[in-house]
Design a protein around this ligand. Structure first.
Ligand code: FES
Ligand code: FE2
Length: 390
């Protein structure tokens, strides 16, 4: 958990505090008894989840080219701070300089290649010094100090700065391209997505808790439950199932990203007209930030999950619980800490577990394809986007 920051007055998020596009989507949710029956006949080959060839193609063509979410801004909130990150199998060093600008580098010393920062905890520092021979770099990547520099023949410090990766902070997320030769085009992070995330309060959100889950499942199997409502009444029957109805969500594409909005159980549109009502009590937003990041809203917090592929059968999820501000009274602390326990149980023991047992079943070779229904139609849409890039 981060240090407590200055308490900020809490605002109730209402329908009116959301973006115009979110409000329009919410207004389009039908009353549950008026929801349409949607059918779907899509399938996926089992090999997409089990073969190393497919996995390597996804890594090369998608994870190396696209801006991926690395962390919420709240994980690196203070000027003059750094955050090392290894989840993507690439040693990253994120920095926030004294002016607040975020940059990304490879966490590798230009002298002889040592890792610069070993711990993946956020740390306050104005420059980074290599543990090996103490070459020192500014947070803008410049090499600023070399002990006994007179012993290097013709060393040009200006060409020995840190290796930079394209990075952008937008919508309260730090996005990075993991390839040092990638261009600086971040148009994938669309304005519409950013205005949604801004309206949800991402840029100023506080990281109440972070937990890393290693999961024995292909990264796409970990994402699937967050793209469908079919499992909610079944897999979550003993936990959150009764909070939701068994009807399709309203889903919209924001570029390659996806937004799904669903009304809570017994939803009907007149509920939206209660003035001052916390909108997250009435509807749930679930986003897929293409390709691999999920957001789910709850009344008092937001879950952010970054699903990072390790191999065709292993993934790592960084789960973040984001709140509007640090808890500044015992009631808020109790609410957040209880929610943190509950949500880790639901996602960890139910959704992530479902992904792992599906991986085991698919690897047995028993079935050649997976089959999807009308409550899962965002999944084939996601695969359409993925296939268009492979
Ligand atoms: S490897 Fe970093 S200073 Fe030598
Ligand atoms: Fe779920």
């Amino acid at each position: 958990m981060n240090e407590m920051s200055q308490p900020r007055p809490r605002k109730i998020p209402t329908l009116q505090s959301l973006s115009a596009s979110q409000q329009a989507a919410i207004r389009a949710i039908p009353a549950h008894d008026a929801a349409q029956k949607v059918t779907c006949g899509a399938t996926r080959p089992t090999g997409d989840f089990t073969t190393p060839e497919r996995f390597l193609a996804e890594k090369a063509k998608i994870f190396r080219h696209f801006p991926v979410a690395v962390a919420p801004s709240g994980q690196l909130p203070e000027p003059n701070s750094v955050l090392a990150h290894n989840g993507y199998g690439v040693p990253l060093l994120l920095t926030r300089d004294k002016g607040g600008v975020v940059r990304a580098f490879l966490n590798v010393c230009r002298h002889k290649g040592s890792l610069l920062v070993e711990s993946c905890e956020t740390a306050k520092m104005g420059r980074v010094s290599c543990p090996y021979h103490a070459w020192t770099f500014g947070l803008n990547g410049d090499l600023v100090g070399v002990p006994r520099q007179e012993l290097f023949e013709g060393l040009d410090k200006s060409t020995h700065g840190l290796v930079r990766l394209p990075a952008r902070e937008a919508g309260g997320i730090i996005w990075v391209k993991l390839d040092k030769t990638a261009d600086d085009d971040f148009s994938h992070v669309t304005d519409e997505l950013v205005s949604d995330l801004d309206a949800l309060g991402f840029p100023s959100a506080y990281v109440y808790g972070k937990r890393t889950f290693p999961i024995q499942a292909n990264w796409k199997l970990v994402l699937e439950p967050f793209l469908e409502g079919y499992h909610v009444q079944r897999l979550h029957a003993q936990s959150i199932g009764q909070l939701f109805a068994d009807v399709p969500s309203v889903h919209s594409r924001l570029g390659l990203h996806m937004r799904q909005i669903s009304g809570k159980a017994q939803f009907e549109p007149t509920m939206l007209d209660v003035p001052g009502e916390n909108i997250h009590k009435t509807v749930t937003h679930a986003y897929l930030l293409f390709p691999n990041t999920v957001i789910v809203t709850s009344p008092y917090y937001i879950s952010l999950m970054i699903v990072m592929p390790v191999s065709e059968r292993e993934s790592v999820v960084d789960y973040y619980m984001l709140t509007q501000s640090a808890p500044d009274n015992p009631k808020a602390e109790e609410l957040y800490s209880k929610s943190y326990q509950i949500i880790q149980g639901v996602f960890g023991n139910e959704d992530f577990r479902a992904a792992a047992i599906s991986q085991t079943g698919l690897e047995s070779g028993a079935i050649d394809e997976l089959t999807y229904c009308g409550l899962e139609i965002a999944i084939p849409e996601f695969y359409k986007s993925l296939e268009s890039l492979l």
